[in-house]
Design a protein around this ligand. Structure first.
Ligand code: FAD
Length: 485
C-alpha cells in the first residue's frame, strides 16, 4: 500500500488504464487521489498481447471511441492521457523514470494474455525500483475468492451465485473525479489515430448510428436501465423485437462503467419500486461474474472445451456454410435476422445469440470456436469470458451448459419469441410484409403468397441451407460418436 506520508508529497503515480476506461469508481485513480499523487494517465496498445484474442474489429472501434472520451475527460481537468504502442513491460518502467513516478497503479484484467502481461510488468517495475499495485475494478468478486465446499472452483451457476451474490452490495467508490489531479506532462504520446484501432473496412461506420460511446453515456444507459428496463425485465428480456434489455454489455466490456455501479443503481431503484424484476436482471450480472470465474480457473477454455470429451467431436469444415451463417443467408429467418442485427449494429439480442449459436453447432455441425471467432470480431461487447462461456453453453461442452442433444428448432423459437415476426421483418428487408404464418418458414408458404410478396426463393431470399429434421438427426448421430461419460 502507498504509505500515508506520501499523501502530503507532490509525487507522481502512473495510472495504467486497461479495461477500466472511466474516471468514476476506478480504484487505481482513487488510491492515487487519496495518496495525494499527481496522476500520469497512460493507455498502452499492444496488438500482439492477446494473440488470437487480440480485440476484434468492433471491439477496437469501441476502444477508439472510449479512449477519445477518456482523453477529453482528462483534458478537461488539465491533464493529458498518454497513448503508447508496444509492450507495457518495456514502456512503463521507462515512462516511470522519465516522469519521475515512484508507483504504477492499475486495475486487473482476467484474460490469460492480460494476466501474463501484468506479471511481466510487475517484475520489470520491481527491477527498476518502481512499486506497483493492482486492484479489482471490473468484477463484484475476484474469481479466486469464490470456492465450493471442497475449495474448488464452481462449475454450476446456481450454487456459484448463491455463494457470490452478496457481491451485488459492494458499493461503488465515492471520491469526486473532478478532484483528481492529472499531470499535463510533455511526455511523448501517440495520437489516437496512430494507434490504428479503426478498421480499414468501412463497415464500422454503421456503428456510429447505433452507439454513443462515453462514460457519461454509460451512466445514461444505467439510468435508462433502472427507469425503463428492470421493472419489466422478466417479461421482456426474451423478446428480441422489444428494447427490453439494458444494452450495457459493451460499456461493461471496456469498463466505461463498472458492475458495482450497475448493481448499486438497480438496488437503489429496487428500494423505491419494491419490484422483483431487478433480481432477475442482477442474476444476469451474475452470469458475467460466473464467466470470469470460469475463465480464470480454466484459462485454456477459449480454445478447449471444458468437458474434455467434446475435443473429439466430429465438427465439419465447410467455408460456404460458415459464410452463409456469418452473413445471414441460411434461409432460416430468425437466424438470418440475428446475424444481420450483429453485422449492422455490433450487438445481438441474447435470445437470438442462443438460437444462432445453436444453429451453427447443431444444424451446420460447425465448431463453436468458428462462431466464437466471428462474434469476437463483430461484437462491440466482445468479452473473452462471456463469449467463451456463451459458446460452450450453446455447444453443450461448457460448465452448466445446455445439453447438446437439446436442439433449438429455429422455426419454433421464432414463433415463441418473435410471435408475429416483428424482429425478422426489421432485419430482413424482403420479408418486411410477409404474413406471420410463414415468416419463420417462407419455403412452406403457398406459391401465391410468395409471388404476392415478390419472393423468389434462391434469389431475393435463400432456400433453407439445411433441412431441420435431417440436420437434427445428423447432429444427434455426431453426438453418439462421443463416449457416454
Ligand atoms: C453465444 C453467445 C456469445 C456471447 N458473447 C458475449 C460477449 O462476447 N460479451 C458479452 O458481454 N456477453 C456475451 N454473451 C452474453 C449475452 O448475450 C450478452 O451479455 C447480452 O445479450 C448483452 O445484452 P444486454 O447488456 O442488454 O444484457 P442484459 O440482459 O441487460 O444483462 C445485463 C448484463 O448482464 C450480463 N449478461 C447478460 N447475460 C449474460 C450471459 N448469458 N453471460 C454473461 N453475461 C451476461 C452482461 O454484462 C449484460 O450487459 C453471449 C451469449 C451467447 C449465447
Amino acid at each position: 500500500m502507498i504509505a500515508e506520508k506520501d499523501r502530503s508529497a507532490k509525487s507522481r503515480a502512473i495510472v495504467w488504464f486497461r479495461k477500466d476506461l472511466r474516471l468514476r469508481d476506478n480504484p487505481a485513480l482513487e488510491v492515487a487521489y487519496k495518496a495525494g499523487k499527481e496522476i500520469v494517465p497512460v493507455f498502452i496498445w499492444n496488438e500482439e498481447e492477446g494473440g488470437q484474442w487480440s480485440p476484434g474489429a468492433a471491439s477496437r472501434w469501441w476502444l477508439h471511441q472510449s479512449l477519445k472520451d477518456l482523453g477529453q475527460s482528462i483534458a478537461s481537468q488539465s491533464g493529458k492521457l498518454i497513448l503508447r504502442k508496444g509492450s507495457a513491460e518495456d514502456i512503463l518502467p521507462q515512462l516511470a523514470k522519465s516522469v519521475g513516478a515512484d508507483i504504477v497503479l492499475f486495475n486487473r484484467v482476467y484474460d490469460p494474455a492480460g494476466q501474463k502481461t501484468q506479471v511481466s510488468v510487475e517484475t520489470a517495475l520491481r527491477r527498476t525500483g518502481v512499486t506497483s499495485e493492482s486492484f479489482n475494478a471490473s468484477l463484484l468478486n475476484e474469481p479466486w475468492e469464490i470456492k465450493n465446499g471442497s475449495g474448488k472452483p464452481y462449475q454450476v451457476f446456481t450454487p456459484y451465485w448463491r455463494t457470490s451474490r452478496s457481491g451485488i452490495y459492494r458499493e461503488p467508490l465515492s471520491y469526486e473525479p473532478s478532484k483528481l489531479t492529472f499531470n499535463d506532462t510533455d511526455s511523448k504520446t501517440e495520437t489516437l489515430n496512430d494507434l490504428g484501432l479503426l478498421p480499414n473496412h468501412p463497415w464500422h461506420k454503421k456503428l456510429y448510428s447505433h452507439w454513443t460511446v462515453s462514460e457519461d453515456e454509460g451512466h445514461r444507459m444505467i439510468s435508462r436501465t433502472t427507469e425503463e428496463v428492470t421493472r419489466f425485465y422478466s417479461n421482456r428480456r426474451n423478446t428480441p423485437s422489444v428494447d427490453g434489455t439494458s444494452r450495457l454489455s459493451p460499456f461493461l466490456a471496456w469498463g466505461n462503467i463498472s458492475p458495482r455501479q450497475v448493481c448499486h443503481a438497480v438496488l437503489h431503484a429496487d428500494d423505491r419500486s419494491g419490484s422483483m424484476g431487478e433480481n432477475k436482471f442482477l442474476t444476469e450480472i451474475g452470469w458475467r461474474e460466473f464467466s470470469y470465474h470460469l475463465l480464470y480457473h480454466f484459462p485454456r477454455s477459449p480454445e478447449n472445451p471444458l468437458r474434455p470429451k467434446y475435443a473429439a467431436f466430429p465438427w465439419r469444415k465447410d467455408a460456404k456454410a460458415l459464410s452463409h451463417w456469418q452473413f445471414g443467408k441460411t434461409g432460416y429467418p430468425l437466424v438470418d435476422a440475428g446475424m444481420k442485427q450483429l453485422y449492422e449494429t455490433g450487438w445481438m439480442h441474447n435470445r437470438v445469440r442462443m438460437v444462432v449459436a445453436s444453429f451453427l453447432v447443431k444444424h451446420l455441425l460447425l465448431s463453436w470456436s468458428e462462431g466464437a471467432r466471428w462474434f469476437w470480431d463483430t461484437l462491440v461487447d466482445a468479452d473473452l469470458a462471456s463469449n467463451t462461456q456463451g459458446w460452450q453453453w450453446a455447444a453443450g461442452c461448457g460448465a452448466d451448459a445446455a445439453p447438446y442433444f437439446r436442439i433449438f428448432n429455429p422455426i419454433l423459437q421464432g414463433e415463441k419469441f418473435d410471435g408475429s415476426g416483428k424482429y425478422v421483418r426489421k432485419w430482413i428487408e424482403p420479408l418486411r410484409d410477409f404474413p406471420s404464418k410463414w415468416i419463420f418458414k417462407p419455403w412452406e408458404a403457398p406459391t401465391s403468397i410468395l409471388s404476392e410478396q415478390n419472393i423468389v426463393l434462391g434469389q431475393n431470399y435463400p432456400h433453407p441451407c439445411v433441412n431441420h429434421s435431417e440436420a437434427r438427426s445428423r447432429a444427434l448421430d455426431a453426438l453418439s460418436t462421443l463416449p457416454k461419460n
